[in-house]
Design a protein around this ligand. Structure first.
Ligand code: GAR
Length: 218
């Protein structure tokens, strides 16, 4: 079985990266992490990658005069590693329209809310402030606008009356760690078709993937 090559982009702690590393350790999992890229040299996730023997690269955005030139460096790095699928795992930078279109339908993101509710960096605070009883997490295909794009997997998580940001984030994070590997599996097995802006599950597991193929220029 040839496994889909994933590049994981991180900025910090890297617990979702850890969940993906654990999933990929199963020889039956249809994807492998070939590269981890961080835009922060002190991202904790870099250590998890190194421990797992995964190649890591730091590309600091400060060194680039605009968003697209930083993204072009990431693009070149991913292509050099023959990456087929990009997973944003706590990567706290908006990617340019150029990058998202170059890698169209091959960039995933995880967000700690039931999108389209509570986009942005303070999703847990937004959920608590709105008084919702249920929040959760979403794995979606990335489009240029922040936290938008076809939804692949979601999990609902209760919001308790005495929750604060920390307690809610911890409960949602457990669900994130289950959802991200599941979404990667669906894509790597070629079971997702994008119809309009919806990700539709294809039940024919023998169908070749319409989505996973190396990015090309332009
Ligand atoms: C996760 O909760 C992820 O959903 C969130 O950042 C955290 C990263 O944690 N991402 C976003 O809010 C993106 N909008 P991790 O570094 O431990 O995986």
């Amino acid at each position: 079985m040839s496994r889909t090559k994933i590049g994981v982009l991180i900025s910090g702690r890297g617990s979702n990266l850890q969940a993906l590393i654990a999933a990929c350790a199963n020889p039956d999992f249809p994807a492998e992490i070939a590269l981890v890229v961080s835009n922060k040299p002190d991202a904790g996730g870099l250590e998890y990658a190194a421990e797992a023997g995964i190649e890591t690269t730091v590309i600091e955005h400060d060194g680039y005069h605009d968003r697209e030139s930083f993204d072009r460096e990431i693009d070149v790095t991913l292509k050099a590693a023959e990456i087929e699928l990009v997973c944003l795992a706590g990567f706290m930078r908006l990617l340019s329209g150029w990058f998202v279109e170059t890698w169209r339908d091959r960039v995933l993101n995880i967000h700690p809310s039931l999108l389209p509710a509570f986009k942005g960096i303070d999703a847990h605070d937004q959920a608590i402030a709105a008084g919702v009883r249920i929040s959760g997490c979403t794995v979606h295909i990335v489009r240029p606008e922040m936290d938008t794009g076809p939804v692949l997997v979601q999990a609902a998580v209760p919001v308790m009356p005495d929750d604060n940001k920390t307690s809610l984030a911890a409960r949602i994070l457990e669900a994130e760690h289950r959802c991200y590997p599941h979404a990667v599996r669906l894509l790597a097995e070629g079971r997702i078709e994008i119809v309009g802006e919806r990700a539709v599950l294809n039940t024919d597991t023998t169908a070749p993937s319409a989505l996973i193929h190396p990015a090309t220029d332009g």
